[in-house]
Design a protein around this ligand. Sequence first.
Ligand code: 13P
Ligand code: SF4
Length: 335
Amino acid sequence: MSAAAALAYTPEVAKATAPIFERMSRVVPAVEWPFHAPLIHAINSLKRERNAVVLAHNYQTPEIFHGVADIVGDSLALARKAATADADVIVMAGVHFMAETAKLLNPGKIVLMPDMSAGCSLADSITGADIRLLRQRYPGVPVVTYVNTSADVKAESDICCTSGNAVQVVESLGVDRVLFLPDEYLAKYVATQTKVGIIAWKGHCEVHERFTGDQLREYRARFDGLTIIAHPECPPDVLAASDFVGSTAQMIDYVGDHRPARVLMVTECSMSDNVATGLPDVEFIRPCNLCPHMKRITLSNILESLQTMEPRVEIDPAVADRARVAVERMIAVGR
Ligand code: 13P
Ligand code: SF4
């Protein structure tokens, strides 16, 4: 029996975790709590013992997002906050490229990735060798890569970006055109927001590419007064049918600031749950597209990685030194 399976929902655990359940009771059924609470309690105790922090992306399930995360946010916030994390150990409740970014920015710290196979269809769509070929084809054109890429790809890039700062990063270079890789739809969106010429790649996010403009029009017809906000990894017809486009953090801020009576967030579906906990006056309409990679991270494997201090993310120092420059350049753009 695993250490996680041996944990029990004792009166002590129930009392210690009651305030945490309160935060997520609108989205986590009470019947599930006795399963989550012992794991949450054990993780939070072990974090203190190990001087560890858990970084969680906005797509994590509510029990991770509200139960054990110390830092939550979009990819940009996680990269920025990883750079200043005051801990010996970072546990990434996200996907592999996020853990690599955290390791690049914290070479001396232990970075744990609870499931090493939590990948990303965008990161898988391009290699360092592809970028070297593109540089031969477009000599002198700077390479901007989305953070949703491997360290190998970042090492071949001039600068990284996220969906939250892509336009700012492209414009910071002071050039007429850039290679913008690998997300084709984010590239197309950025092209609508800047005069800089954008040369794109054919990578897609397997979660966001499934939404369609027709689907959104059907939702509008069914739900009066619906506000639709979308992530720029969606296809152009989806963005055209939306009221606002932004990174996951920008979408959350939009809902918090505008308090629409009804909203549809066109992105991974756990995000609506995470936001809904704090906004009882907003009705969330949820077409549910799950990211299978994000969902590989669970309370059980977070606990196990803190117990065993494995698996650890390591990056070849020669690759890391070059990849770090691209990430640090991105972070400097926002300062
Ligand atoms: P952001 O959180 O940066 O908007 O990215 C979305 C995403 O799909 C991350 O994998
Ligand atoms: Fe990658 Fe899309 Fe999953 Fe984000 S949601 S990790 S971009 S596959």
